[in-house]
Design a protein around this ligand. Structure first.
Ligand SMILES: Cc1ncc(COP(=O)(O)O)c(C=O)c1O
Length: 391
């Protein structure tokens, strides 16, 4: 039975978390370098960052950000609809729209803001939202906020989606999926999903948080790499991962963007991204379009994945730069994380509720900045771990 007063309630839940090894703590790092972090005086090779293209420390981003901050100041001072829309912000949105071949783009302060804002603005009690079971938490939070009817289909299973669409009858429908799944590193069956969306008149939203900058002819994401254009109504891309900055955007038809400017509360009621970030993002987009870092990273990730599979590690369904090492038990994930940390590598243990019960894992996030030697070092450590644990 749960207690009634606040102190006891919180203690009760914290004890439960400690008991099943799912208690979380923060890791105050002393330095964040290009491929490494310094924690408690120890330099650790960093396999935790989503700075996939190594842009976070790129001098061109930092210089462009500083120029913008010197001109406009440290903060934006107000929401976009008040005085937070600078010329550079509008230009960046125009560049994103044209990169994606869409009429308009709209910035949000993070992917979390974008997903909750878009879903709560578009869906309501009379909307059915079809969501992949392993979609990101921000999608689930947007669904809850919208008060819509939620239908979860089996992960990556277009046949299950189809059967749920067929049962759902008339009425407004939205299908939403991650393009690359954040904890699995696998790809959504976007072609089939786009076909089903068209057939059932559903609005299709694709979250390209982990695919922009990597997939597509100029890094525009998985939908673009498959030749999907207007079949996807809303592309959501994040700017804190491959772009090395922070924030997010949606790219869509003018009508959708104008609707969101007027209805998305996480867009309306928050202070705009600071000038530094906008400046840095312009530089990031130049690099993403011109340097093809994503192609190189995906090639390297595919080879590394193969080498891990030779060690008989369970890498799940991964086929990208996100590689899970699934060890199932929370305790085992923490042990592997500690082993790696003691040997100079930081790779986080991911436990429920971020992943389903019994699916605890280490999440490896590969970056363009990692060298072949870095990967070899990690591979050797994992080999030692396998020998040590007798598998
Ligand atoms: C698929 C997906 N969507 C959205 C987000 C949220 O993005 P942000 O970190 O910019 O809030 C994440 C974050 O990891 C994600 O993995």
């Amino acid at each position: 039975m749960t207690p009634n007063n606040w102190h006891d309630v919180m203690q009760h839940h914290l004890v439960l978390k400690k008991r099943d090894s799912s208690y979380r703590t923060l890791l105050p790092i002393e330095e964040n370098r290009e491929r490494t972090i310094v924690y408690e005086g120890q330099e650790l090779l960093n396999f935790a960052s989503n700075d996939y293209l190594g842009l976070c420390h790129d001098a061109r981003l930092v210089a462009a950000g500083c120029r913008e901050a010197q001109r406009w100041g440290a903060g934006s001072g107000a929401s976009r609809l008040v005085t937070g829309t600078t010329r550079a912000t509008v230009e960046f949105e125009e560049r994103l729209a044209s990169w994606h071949g869409r009429e308009r783009a709209l910035l949000f302060n993070s992917g979390y803001h974008a997903n909750i804002g878009v879903l709560a603005a578009l869906a309501s009690r009379d909307t059915v939202v079809f969501t992949d079971k392993l979609n990101h938490a921000s999608i689930y939070d947007g669904i809850v906020l919208s008060r819509c009817v939620m239908k979860r289909y089996r992960h990556g299973d277009a046949a299950d989606l189809e059967s749920q669409l067929e049962k759902s009858g008339a009425g407004r429908k939205i299908i939403i999926t991650d393009a690359v799944f954040s904890m699995e590193g696998d790809l959504a069956p976007l072609m089939e999903i786009a076909r089903l969306a068209k057939q059932h008149g559903a609005l299709l939203i694709v979250d390209e948080a982990h695919s922009v900058g990597l997939f597509g002819p100029e890094g525009q994401g998985l939908a673009a790499s498959l030749g999907l254009g207007d079949e996807v109504d809303i592309i959501m891309g994040t700017l804190g991962k491959s772009f090395g900055g922070c924030g997010a955007y949606i790219a869509a038809r003018t009508e959708i963007v104008e609707y969101l400017i007027n209805h998305a509360r996480s867009f309306i009621f928050t202070t705009a991204l600071p000038p530094f970030v906008i400046g840095a993002l312009h530089a990031a987009l130049d690099i993403i379009m011109n340097e093809k870092r994503g192609d190189q990273l995906l090639r390297r990730a595919a080879n590394f994945l193969k080498s891990l599979q030779h060690l008989a590690l369970d890498t799940g369904l991964s086929s990208t730069q996100i590689i899970p090492l699934i060890v199932k038990e929370n305790g085992a994930a923490l042990e592997l994380m500690d082993f790696l940390r003691k040997n100079g590598v930081y790779a986080p243990a991911i436990r429920p509720p971020t992943v389903p019960q019994g699916q605890a894992r280490i999440r490896l996030s590969l970056s363009y900045s990692h060298t072949e030697r870095d990967l070899k070092r990690l591979h050797n450590l994992l080999e030692q771990w396998q020998i040590r644990s007798g598998s």
